[in-house]
Design a protein around this ligand. Structure first.
Ligand SMILES: [Zn+2]
Length: 217
């Protein structure tokens, strides 16, 4: 049975690397896939991983009908055996519905990779729709770690090194991490709640503010 699978995780947990690995394994068996992505750090129409691998992909622009795109490709004689979607959190909910239709009506496996929650700990709309529709949800096992060594479960946004919890869900340019002062860091929930990044924790070792954290261990 074809499936819509949502591989979820924090930033830096190896999602894109696994997406590339799945594509590689299937192409090695002679299967042909279509890779969609949105706002990848390597630029439009690219799927890249932090380990440095890059492959071509179809940019799933806002308003693009991904189901119609695949039907069109197949009707032109193109072969499609499976579908990979990276940065799936950036897709519109209606595009996630289209992915479910790709599974049900075209009989293709769809592997979607994405971050579940944003820096405010709120679900991305695309990820919410995936949680609602997916046949299966896999929490990625390559664990990102907080600076304290605990499992990092939350994404923090920093501006000039300070963690912020307000602002637009997606900052234009932030996916390239070249927006100057805007950065991202993964944290455990405790340190996300305390707004303690690696930088502020280092600065805080000289401050009595850190004592309550130390006391709780
Ligand atoms: Zn921590």
């Amino acid at each position: 049975m074809p499936e819509l699978v949502f591989f979820s995780g924090t930033m830096d947990c190896g999602k894109s690397t696994l997406a590339l690995q799945i594509g590689h394994n299937r192409s090695a068996r002679g299967l042909q896939g279509v890779i969609f992505t949105r706002d990848d750090r390597a630029g439009e129409g690219k799927l890249s991983s932090r380990l440095g691998l890059v492959t071509d992909a179809v940019e799933a622009d806002e308003g693009m009908d991904v189901y119609a795109h695949l039907v069109d490709q197949i009707s032109r004689g193109g072969r499609v055996d499976y579908v990979i979607v990276d940065e799936a959190q950036f897709l519109a909910p209606v595009q996630i519905d289209q992915l479910a239709r790709v599974v049900d009506d075209l009989g293709l496996d769809v592997f979607a990779f994405g971050i579940t929650t944003d820096f405010r700990t709120k679900l991305f709309p695309g990820s919410q729709r995936l949680i609602e529709l997916a046949d299966r949800i896999e929490a990625l096992q390559v664990e990102a770690l907080c600076w304290c060594g605990a499992r990092a479960t939350h994404n923090a946004r920093t501006v000039d090194g300070e963690m912020v919890v307000e602002g637009a869900q997606v900052v234009v340019g932030d996916v390239n991490r070249q927006a100057g002062e805007v950065g991202y860091e993964v944290l455990c929930r405790r340190h996300h709640r305390r707004r303690m990044t690696a930088g502020t924790a280092r600065a805080g070792t000289l401050s009595p503010d850190v004592l309550p954290v130390a006391a709780e261990g």
